[in-house]
Ligand binder design. Structure first.
Ligand SMILES: Nc1ncnc2c1ncn2[C@@H]1O[C@H](COP(=O)(O)OP(=O)(O)OP(=O)(O)O)[C@@H](O)[C@H]1O
Ligand SMILES: [Mg+2]
Length: 382
């Protein structure tokens, strides 16, 4: 781990107000790593006393603190000089004009990619259950089905029909919006663009990558608290594209409970680290279930989640039992998390862990005025 590595990692920390990463905005004055793994940072904020300092502090500490070989993170906070501030604002403004208006994922959205090294472990099931669980708690949640060739999100969330094109803006795709509890889901999938699954299967290589890139760049999302991305199985171009286009994304790695089979699952996390994506945690799926007579069956083994979490240096967020309700919920379009039972409880506990602890929603409350508005006003008409 070098100072340059630290800077690369910090590209994954976005100033939620200015919408760009803190390295790009010139907020990282220095980044040093001692031989024994202590990272010392000096971070300059545009204005002292904004509650966003807490948010940035938390994101920086989580991002750097969980990197391999880091023992401690020490941050010194400073306020930008007038020149630094002017450069930072010019950069933020320039970045804003370079983006396609409202097409980008809002700076205040937490982006979570649900991945695993291999297929069939329950990525899509985990994605839709976490999304529905978050929406039920009142959050606005985007679901991006990046599994172009094997999409399953529309069926699992009970959403059908074609996506509406948007012609009046640079954004080209409007997501399907589904109100849920006190929140809502905004869903985009290849399933909304093709007639049937067979027609998606003829898409190959580059075409698939380009389609996903459109989904990353051209969707007009609303003000989302969370965006969950259902990744295709394996590690490949799409994961690398994600790291390039959305460096602040955090990965959740799904695995089955067998011990000794975690090498493949670890590959997704290894690639995340190599491309400077954060790994927020591990979810073990298809864990032991208890039948109505009280007997517990560990059909796919035990301890795999723990093993993988240790291996990738990220927390085990929870274990979801193998339970018919999960498969039935997927088939009926009503995720199990919205019902009762041990799997629903497990998903709800993971949702709470995400909201309270691992990736809490970004709160802009308490910021007296939007910095960009103030700066725009000060700079006068363009
Ligand atoms: N906890 C569970 N209990 C029972 N069945 C489950 C559970 N999790 C997933 N399944 C079932 O296992 C199958 C595979 O799950 P899913 O489609 O979510 O996996 P995936 O990792 O997204 O697969 P792919 O790699 O094909 O995209 C589905 O039929 C699903 O309903
Ligand atoms: Mg899937």
């Amino acid at each position: 781990m070098t100072g340059d590595d630290v800077r690369e990692l910090l590209r994954g920390v976005v100033d939620p107000e200015l919408g760009s990463d803190i390295v790009d905005l010139g907020m990282v004055r220095s980044a040093e790593v001692s031989p024994d793994g202590v990272v010392t940072l000096e971070i300059a904020l545009t204005t002292a006393g904004c509650p966003l300092q807490h948010q940035i502090d938390r994101d920086v500490t989580a991002k750097i603190g969980s990197a391999p070989g880091v023992r401690d993170v020490e941050i010194t906070w400073a306020e930008m000089t007038a020149e630094e501030k002017a450069a930072c604002m010019a950069k933020a403004r320039w970045n804003a004009t370079q983006r396609a208006g409202s097409t980008t994922i809002p700076g205040t959205t937490r982006v979570i990619a649900v991945a695993s090294g291999k297929g069939g472990v329950g990525k899509s099931s985990v994605t839709v259950n976490l999304a529905a669980g978050l929406a039920a708690e009142g959050f606005a949640v985007g679901v991006l089905d990046a599994d172009i060739g094997g999409f399953s999100v529309p069926r699992m969330l009970g959403v059908e029909g074609r996506l509406a094109g948007v012609t009046d803006e640079k954004a080209k795709i409007a997501p399907h919006v589904k109100p849920l509890g006190a929140g809502r889901l905004e869903i985009v999938s290849m399933g909304f663009l093709v007639e049937d699954e067979q027609s998606a299967l003829v898409w190959r290589g580059q075409m698939l990558n380009r389609a996903v890139q459109h989904f990353f760049e051209d969707v007009r999302w609303g003000e989302l608290d969370y965006l969950l991305i259902d990744m295709p199985p394996g590690t490949g171009d799409i994961q690398i594209g994600l790291a390039r286009l959305i460096p602040r994304a955090e990965m959740i790695v799904v695995t089955t409970p067998g011990r000794g089979v975690q090498a493949v699952a670890a590959r997704a996390a290894d690639l995340a680290r190599k491309t400077y994506l954060g790994v927020a945690g591990v979810i073990e799926n298809m864990s032991a279930f208890t039948c109505e007579h009280g007997t517990t069956y560990a059909l796919f083994g035990e301890g795999g989640g723990e093993e993988l979490a240790e291996r990738v240096g990220a927390p085990l967020l929870g274990s979801v039992p193998l339970e018919p309700s999960v498969a039935l919920g997927g088939d009926s379009g009503t995720p199990a998390v919205l019902g009762d039972g041990p799997a629903a409880d497990a998903f709800r506990a993971i949702v709470r862990r995400i909201v309270d602890d691992v990736l809490p929603p970004v709160s802009m409350a308490g910021c007296t005025a939007r910095m960009l508005d103030r700066v725009e006003a000060a700079l006068g008409p363009k």
